[in-house]
Design a protein around this ligand. Structure first.
Ligand SMILES: [Mg+2]
Length: 112
């Protein structure tokens, strides 16, 4: 099954359950908080060495993906396309420590 097919199933379920499928039906910050809660549940599962069981890392990562796909779908974001763009961007980015420090120093520089 492709990502778009999975996303459609998630949005179909969101519509059926009343979880929102349009920007005006959701609170963006709440969706981000719920996404974050799934990331935290993943960490908790890992801390309890639960990789593949019920509420384990694998299941929680699926929750993260599902909430991400729902939110992207609500805003008509093509995640496959965005991931492909990011892969190219990240593969050509300078990840050296020198560049990372330069980026950090640029961010921390006072604006005035
Ligand atoms: Mg969960």
């Amino acid at each position: 099954m492709e990502l778009k097919d999975i996303q459609k199933k998630i949005l179909d379920m969101a519509k059926e359950k009343g979880w929102g499928t349009k920007p005006e039906e959701i609170i963006f910050a709440e969706k981000i908080a719920l996404l974050h809660s799934e990331v935290s549940e993943t960490l908790e599962a890992y801390r309890h060495s639960n990789m593949a069981g019920s509420d384990g890392v694998a299941e929680e990562l699926a929750d993260v993906m599902m909430r991400t796909l729902q939110l992207a779908g609500i805003y008509n974001i093509d995640l496959e396309q965005e991931i492909e763009k990011k892969l190219i961007e990240d593969s050509t980015r300078d990840w050296s420590q020198d560049q990372l420090y330069k980026d950090r120093d640029k961010r921390n520089k006072p604006t005035s």
